[in-house]
Design a protein around this ligand. Sequence first.
Ligand code: 3HC
Ligand code: NAI
Length: 690
Amino acid sequence: MPTINEVTTLEVKDGVAILTLNSPPVNALSANVREGLNDGVSNAINDSSVQSIVIICEGRTFIAGADITEFGQAPKGPSLYEVQDMIENSPKPVIAAIHGTALGGGLEVALTCHYRIAVPSAKCGLPEVNLGLLPGAGGTQRLPRIVGAQKALVMMTSGEHVPANQCFDMGLVDELAAEGELEHDAVAFANKIVSEGRPLVKVRDASDKIQGDKGNEALFSDFRKSILRKTRGFLAPEYNIQCVEAAVNLPFEEGLKVEQELFMKLMTGSQSAAQRYIFFAQRQVAKIPDIEKETPLKEINSVGVIGAGTMGGGISMNFANVGIPVTIIEQSQERLDKGLSIIRKNYENTAAKGRISSEQVEERMALINGQTSIEELSTQDLIIEAVFENMDLKKDIFKQLDGICKEGAILASNTSALDVNEIAAETNRPEDVIGLHFFSPANVMKLLEIVRGDQTSKTVVASSLAVAKKIQKIAAVVGVCPGFVGNRILAQRQREANKLILEGALPWDIDDALFDFGFPMGPFAMSDLAGLDIGWNKDNSNGETLRDVLCEAGRLGQKSGKGFYVYDENRNKSPDLEVEALIRKFGEERQVQMRDISKEEILQRCLYPMINEGFKILEEGMAIRASDIDIVWTNGYGWPVYEGGPMFYGNLVGYDKVLEWLKNAEKELGPEFKPSPYLERVVAEKINIL
Ligand code: 3HC
Ligand code: NAI
């Protein structure tokens, strides 16, 4: 087959030039792929035996977008615009033949083709928004022209991958091929276009779908309102909307200029840098340096969960959702019934929102088998303990499990802070013991910390990663230390937030600063939500901490209508003068000097110790890489993705500045700010840890 370059071939069959790209893993538009497309189309145009051209890909997918690894590098070879011009202006019809995913630049290339054919399993989308970008190769101007402004707004601001049949219905795809027959059907479609003398359709010239929305400002203002809550803080969704507005209201070429200008703003800004970093971090986190790809995996076809409380219930749902049967053990029938009824209610709520059917509710409930005897856990492949956070209780349970569970079963604890090695030592099979730390609500939160004990086998780690993927969690492998990675870093922020309210910052000042930074909620609103009385005992309470004072005053959080804040009947919070007075009194009694504290200082005090703790975690080997820490914080604790996570953010601020600040804070405020020696080394030796 004639080769165009190392990733492209061109073959002529029945007058149809088949231009095939083969650039694993995802046929991204690298310089090679652009060159292959450019030269391939050019050759086909110049070949008199060719009447039409099909662009098709080998491997798992059609072109999945621009090559993100090339961003920021000096451009090489033909630009994407040149390639698109060549395709769009071809005097012979060009057809994109799509399987897998036509995403970003890939769909933008397909949109310059005159026709598109796809297999039913294919998906199309413009997911640039998830990288903090907008489609920068004409996609913002062509998509609205082919599917209309409203649909383009949805696709571009959500980044969703739209199934081929829906693309067909909205006119984005012209023809559906039979599954597995793409090349054959694409050639037939190309021949039909030629024989019927169909026109060379240029999407850029279409106007019927956008005509009616010219000057329709309400369309855009309503849309902005509808996505406000989800997109708070992100720049890219708004810029995507502005591009669609330009597509509707301006001639194509002028719209393209708007697209280019806004694309460059996003591309050179820190938000997109953070979001692109997180894209790769998310793929990196599953790679464990000392665990080879070939590591044998244990099959997980059945699961046992101990404890049907807050966590056990949510954990069980994850497995039932993917068809894995779960046996859930409680200490009494009453607690079991309560736990199971909460699970049912959760499923019914999801069904009421139309996300699953009522049959699915029953199917999933049928997969959850409640029992009150731990002896029932003799056959399951994976056991997850989720009883109260009490070391003696957990040790006792693992001792029992050692005697009950089948050989080779994985024995996991959902402990949030206890020593997994100590728990493992209760068994005669510590190599099978691991921490699987889910986050609440466990059926919703994406993050899973996989806590690797000193003796946990590679097979058990690899199998845990595989099962995490199966239940659609993003898993980070962490080491055994108090609080692991996530809660250990959280403790730093909590400590400083608690201190700050005794130095003069009010709870809402701190919450507002962190909310404005991009967290969904500040620590005091969070405490009110969880309940201030968790772990508080009325009989031992002696007004020693501010929490004692608030709980003694009946301020238990949202559930009692007041905590750090006061709540109305719709649970909307407001600052409360009574709390301010309680705090001031508490401070005065302890002769604490109150002062004005700026938002900037609040952020430094809360965030810089977290970065420092991240360095300590890396130094101790409790996280494999800095980006794993950022995955934990962006997926489990609401750190805004556009700020990249604590380690990325530290770099953005400048690790040298963070270090200097910590040194001063250590002098002025105390030893808890002592910089990590690893941070000092990274700054001194300018080591790149990201
Ligand atoms: N550029 C470079 N590498 C890419 C890439 C891209 N656009 N998309 C995926 N990769 C790499 C991944 O990093 C990964 O590498 P690794 O194996 O070394 O870790 C490998 O391809 C496989 O990726 P996944 O593990 O994600 O594979 P999946 O099969 O699960 O998913 C996918 C495939 C749906 C294509 C997914 O990779 C994806 O969503 N990719 C990004 C798509 C995207 O955002 N495209 C828009 C890019 S920006 C753009 O086009 C700008 C334009 O408008 C000018
Ligand atoms: P919970 O109190 O809601 O549930 C614990 C359940 O375990 C109770 O229903 C209890 O009856 C049951 N139980 C106790 N002893 C038992 C036994 N011997 N046999 C069977 N069942 C028994 O507690 P929650 O919040 O679900 O926490 C469970 C574990 O998960 C703890 O280790 C906790 O630290 C951890 N965790 C909790 C998170 C949270 O946000 N609640 C987050 C992540 C981890």
